[in-house]
Design a protein around this ligand. Sequence first.
Ligand SMILES: Cc1cc2nc3c(=O)[nH]c(=O)nc-3n(C[C@H](O)[C@H](O)[C@H](O)COP(=O)(O)OP(=O)(O)OC[C@H]3O[C@@H](n4cnc5c(N)ncnc54)[C@H](O)[C@@H]3O)c2cc1C
Length: 405
Amino acid sequence: MAQKQNLQQIVVLGGGYAGVLAAIRLARQTQKLPIKIILVDASDGMVERIRLHQLATGQQSNKIPYQKLLKNTSIQFLQGFVTAIKPDQKRIIIKENQTAKELSYDRLIYALGSSVDMHSVSGVAKHSYNVGSYEMAIALQQRLAKNPNSHLLICGGGLSGIETATEMAEAYPKLKITLLTSDSFGSQLSQLGQKYLEHTFQKRNILIKDKSKVIEVKAQQVVLSDGSKVDFDFCLWTANFTVPKIACESGLEVNKIGQILVDKTLRSISHPEIYGVGDAAIIEPTAEIHLRMSCASALPMGAHAADNVLAELQNSQPEAFRFGYGGRCVSLGRYDALIQMVKYDDTPREKIITGRLGAIIKEFICRYTIWSLNLERLGWFPYRWPQPNTQKKAILTSVSQHSTT
Ligand SMILES: Cc1cc2nc3c(=O)[nH]c(=O)nc-3n(C[C@H](O)[C@H](O)[C@H](O)COP(=O)(O)OP(=O)(O)OC[C@H]3O[C@@H](n4cnc5c(N)ncnc54)[C@H](O)[C@@H]3O)c2cc1C
């Protein structure tokens, strides 16, 4: 009875890389404590977002049912769409089968991820596809299968644009592909990395138009800021990511794109009983920990938030998050990849690994993201991540950048 009175309800919003790891890790560590963990997601399965460009070319579906991911844990899964948080009452509102439902929490982990920004540039939502969501990747897959000989225009030269262009070129050799980017092509890489990419694109007949800013997308044509136009049969938009507006609309402190602002311990700076992790969160600038939207940082953030929630439940102080990048791993189809080694602060070093070996490393890292969830769940190997004094482990958990260029 006494236990029941102290029962703490931890709600995790979002079952992506960050949310699932946070829930599983917390469940494993709190088996003997009076704690209820509820994971909420709009979908019935976790989407391996880092493979959505593969799904778009018709490769195996990559949605893992939560039932399987959470097997033999005490976590309760609730399928529903989160519409609001009422932080003053510590409640959230979820839409489940058209019915609004309220759920209370003692601690909340906000892990609602990101999506491709289809609204900042005129016409994008109406006239283009993206590979940011499962549904869109399937729609693109169907379109490609119907029109394998047409002209695909990819807008966005970030790593998702690059990965998608090369994946498509390999799967559909007759597809004409043009990639537009507002920056210099490959500017996020070292000189060696850039050269390798240029060479790969040339080999695969992918046309690059860099320093080209799209200001409008029309049916079968984009308009650039210098007034010129580029025609296409279909368009794929990979530039700019955005996040759900829920934190902002619920009165939490957020940055200008709506990411929940958290302190070094990953607690919301306005509502410390809420942790923010993954793409939907950003550490306040004064903390000087710079993270980009990536699976590489979402998993460590999820794990760290779980550890801090546990610390608080045991009346200890939450600890500061420590993290260093190790590399950016860019797939270039199934048989080639570019592993760009970086310093802890994510600046590129003049060191790359390419070709078959690169592809093997990249595939290992993609698989490791899911293995790490299972290893954590089974308690065989709790998740670890590169921290500034453990550089050698960096490559194991580092996956590439796919964010806002
Ligand atoms: C094609 C592509 C390739 C990528 N490749 C890489 C890579 O190689 N390396 C890398 O580090 N990163 C990569 N990324 C980026 C990476 O996928 C994201 O950074 C990562 O998924 C972020 O994890 P997350 O847990 O924060 O959010 P997500 O994985 O986005 O999960 C968020 C979850 O929240 C749920 N959700 C959202 N809103 C609601 C709501 N209102 N109600 C209920 N549920 C909701 C969603 O259904 C989802 O399950 C890639 C991205 C793309 C699109």
